[in-house]
Design a binder for this molecule. Structure first.
Ligand code: AMP
Ligand code: ZN
Length: 476
């Protein structure tokens, strides 16, 4: 295991080592479910998926936490407009997020704590910060973190005090802060918050958590309860989160634990559109449901993103997506060809397969250089097609190459493979599962049952879990 990762904390590519191997704990800042996530958000989630899959591929046991932010200013404003509670407003968007995740074949995190369901650990963290004197309750009833009282503030983002001051803006509702850089841990309840049921009782006053606090509290809660530690192996997010979000997460956590909050900070670059960041604010977003309606193959989206290094920007165009789709198709076709040519031969290693695995690992070991990995797969596809054309490989070599390709693609996750399955079938199964869920949600249980039976007749068994529907192929 010789993975090297760029660590934002040190601004260097470093050998990756977890606190307690083989376990690797990852916390990734999840979606704010005020609306549908866009494919820019999903670029970040896909980079994290690649990281997680690769860690597992090389033998680590990953425990991944992704929070769902279901209370914040935007959510309160939207819920209020719609005359709903924050929970009512966010529920469908959280569900849509899980559907989109499954469509893009992102491996589910182990837990998805929701902010509104994690209020007790948040209150506890604020109390601990107050007890230690790094936080204070201001005249407006809110609790702020006193940045001056935490010596390491600014280490991650490397902004000096002057820059921090100049960059900070005072919100109109945060006038009673001692220092403009201070940030709210707990916001005193306003009538607007009460209206949408976004206020909770706490010893330091009724209110709601600040966004930065949510992540520290949920991450620490999971780490303490499950592993009795207070340090994450990896904390991940998009580059826009380095400051102030992650800087503040470090301050809140380390001020209480005295331990490093995360050993590695991994940040992914933006998805752009015509030179501008994809963002709701600029009105240039595309959602996963848009892509699904257009019939875009999720493998094309994965391919498009993996063709570029996660620390470089990707510019989204229809042409680039179509080209990525062609690349993914080529791999799918080779896989079918290999499966046919292999007949029933047991997978064994083959020279070509070993070379692919070697090149693939070299690429991903190097700070997850997925673009090089894709080049290696592509070269393999060319070599394998040529060998097949010339009848140079026997069934055993074919099976070996197939297993190498599957292994590889299992990481790139072009298709959900539990055993050798062709890509088209996997896409079909996923689409039937989605149709079944939609039928169930609209109360049409007869159709839902019929879909289950249809899948069963092809040897596909479904299992409904709290995280969605899983499937397995048992025969055929
Ligand atoms: P949000 O739902 O706004 O909290 O964002 C969820 C994740 O998406 C965060 O990790 C952001 O850094 C990331 N993100 C937001 N916009 C983009 C973009 N255009 N490209 C890549 N990642 C993004
Ligand atoms: Zn966060």
């Amino acid at each position: 295991m010789s993975l090297r990762l760029f660590n934002t904390l040190t601004r260097r590519v470093e050998p990756f080592e977890p606190l307690a191997p083989p376990r690797v704990t990852i916390y990734a800042c999840g979606p704010t479910v005020w609306n549908y996530a866009h494919i820019g958000n999903f670029r970040t989630f896909l980079s994290q998926d690649l990281l997680r899959r690769y860690l597992e591929h090389i033998g680590y046991e990953v425990f991944q936490v992704m929070n769902i932010t279901d209370v914040d200013d935007r959510i309160i404003a939207e819920a209020s407009k719609a005359g709903k509670s924050v929970t009512e407003h966010t529920r469908p968007f959280a569900e849509a997020f899980f559907e989109d995740r499954d469509y893009l074949r992102i491996k589910p995190a182990d837990v998805y704590p929701r902010a509104t369901e994690s209020i007790p650990p948040m209150i506890q963290l604020v109390q601990e910060l107050l007890d230690r004197g790094v936080a204070y309750r201001a005249e407006d009833g809110s609790v702020y973190f006193g940045v001056d009282r935490f010596a390491d503030y600014g280490r991650l983002s490397r902004l000096d005090r002057r820059e921090l001051k100049a960059g900070a803006r005072v919100d109109s509702d945060e006038y009673s802060k001692e220092d403009v850089r201070d940030f709210a841990l707990w916001k005193a309840a306003a009538p607007e918050d009460e209206k949408v049921q976004a206020a909770w009782d706490a010893p330091f006053g009724r209110g709601r958590p600040g966004w930065h606090l949510e992540c520290s509290a949920m991450a620490l809660d999971e780490l303490r309860r499950r592993f009795d530690v207070e340090t994450l192996d990896i904390h991940a997010g998009g580059v826009d989160l380095v400051f102030p979000h992650h800087e503040n997460e470090i301050a809140q956590s380390e001020a209480v634990t005295g331990q490093p909050f995360a050993r590695f900070w991994v940040h992914g670059e933006f998805l752009m559109v015509g030179g501008t960041k994809m963002s709701k604010r600029y009105g240039n977003v595309l959602t996963v449901r848009d892509l699904r309606e257009e019939g875009v193959d999720p493998a094309a989206v994965r391919m498009l993103f993996f063709q570029q290094h996660y620390r470089k920007q990707v510019n989204f165009t229809d042409e680039a997506l179509a080209a990525a789709g062609k690349g993914a198709e080529r791999i799918g076709e080779l896989r079918k060809r290999l499966a046919q040519a292999a007949g029933g031969a047991e997978p064994s290693s083959s020279e070509a397969g070993e070379q692919l695995e070697r090149e693939f690992r070299e690429a991903l070991d190097d700070d997850l250089n997925a673009s090089s990995a894709v080049v290696a797969v592509s070269a393999f596809v060319t070599r394998a097609n040529r060998a097949l054309d010339e009848g140079e490989w026997g069934p055993e070599e074919n099976a070996g190459a197939l297993s190498a390709l599957d292994h590889t693609l299992g990481v790139l996750r072009i298709a959900p493979i539990e055993r050798v399955l062709d890509q088209d079938e996997a896409v079909w199964v996923e689409s039937r599962i989605l149709a079944r869920r939609e039928a169930r949600e609209s109360g049409d249980f007869a159709t839902a049952d019929a879909i289950r039976a249809e899948l069963a007749s092809r040897g596909i068994v479904l299992e409904d879990t709290g995280e969605g529907t899983r499937w397995r192929k048992v025969s055929g």
